[in-house]
Design a binder for this molecule. Structure first.
Ligand SMILES: O=P(O)(O)OC[C@H]1O[C@@H](O)[C@H](O)[C@@H](O)[C@@H]1O
Length: 285
């Protein structure tokens, strides 16, 4: 069995984040009381090449089936990455792809992720360089597939998506308009919001201590995916049991539909997300 090397980041205030070298994957983000803001399934499998169910899987060079690969969400979440550098509060990991393993993706690239923990903010950057050793421009889609811990999905409202167009994965990818100021989860929700704003908030009214808000800021990623599988789909997932699906919601900065990227040889693209937890009056529940 390959080992799943982990790096632990710490702030002076006592927050921690664990990052796995396998998959370049943020596994946890805990406050000083040990509360994990990122959901990790009890049934998650930490055995390469399985994708890890929870934390922040990186979907690249393809989100879902938006691309030519047969692997849902691409292949970097199933690969061993390299540790580039680390300090108490930041880590950089990278993955080199030589363009050989997947005939449908003959584009060599270097992918880097940097995770920084600073006071109450977790920042994650993703950068990709087309090495120029493949055939011309490199097409890709991507997402930071972030799983948040919630008290119960029935307590969750997502703010910032009203008026946007979205592709409804739970309804044949029909394009629809979001009418709600606060999106709720009466059943399966699996949507790609097109050209989403750079700040979206997840309100969890049932979180201990009077509720909390996850403030998700993104840059470089134009779209945002919102996902909760609900009972029927969750039952079909061996690494997400019942009632665990009630304790998670995914909000994923994505580069999927708006302005698809064709990265020129030698060029670099960079995107990032910055996560913060608001409580009390700041949470505006
Ligand atoms: O089971 P996976 O491959 O990790 O994917 C989980 C989900 O990821 C979401 O981003 C997709 O929108 C869903 O359609 C998908 O089911």
């Amino acid at each position: 069995m390959e080992s799943l090397d982990r790096v632990t980041l710490r702030t002076q205030g006592g927050q921690t984040a664990e990052v796995s070298v396998y998959a370049g994957h943020v596994l946890s983000w805990r406050n000083a009381d040990g509360q994990d803001y990122l959901f990790m399934s009890k049934n998650a499998v930490f055995q390469p090449p399985k994708a890890i169910r929870g934390g922040v899987p990186i979907c690249f060079p393809q989100f879902s089936n938006f691309g030519r690969l047969t692997q849902q969400h691409g292949f970097v979440r199933n690969k061993q990455w390299k540790l580039v550098e680390k300090s108490d509060w930041a880590v950089t990991l990278s993955l080199d792809y030589d363009g050989q393993e997947f005939p449908d993706y003959p584009h060599p690239f270097t992918l880097t992720t940097r995770v920084e923990l600073c006071d109450d903010v977790l920042e994650q950057r993703l950068a990709v360089t087309n090495t120029g050793k493949g055939p011309g421009p490199m097409p890709f889609t991507a997402a930071l597939h972030t799983y948040y811990t919630v008290s119960d999905i029935s307590n969750v409202e997502v703010e910032g998506l009203q008026g946007l167009q979205y592709l409804d994965n739970a309804d044949g990818r029909l394009q629809k308009a979001e009418a709600e100021a606060r999106v709720v989860f009466p059943g399966e929700v699996d949507r790609i919001y097109i050209d989403a704003p750079d700040t979206v908030k997840i309100h969890d009214k049932g979180a201990p201590g009077g509720g909390l808000t996850y403030e998700v800021r993104k840059r470089g990623f134009h779209d945002a995916i919102l996902w909760n599988p609900a009972a029927v789909k969750a039952a079909a997932m061996s690494d997400l049991g019942d009632p665990e699906w009630k304790r998670m919601v995914c909000l994923e900065p994505g580069l999927v539909v708006t302005k698809p990227v064709e990265l020129d040889p030698g060029a670099t693209w960079e995107g990032a997300q910055s996560l913060r937890v608001l409580r009390g009056g700041a949470a505006a529940l």
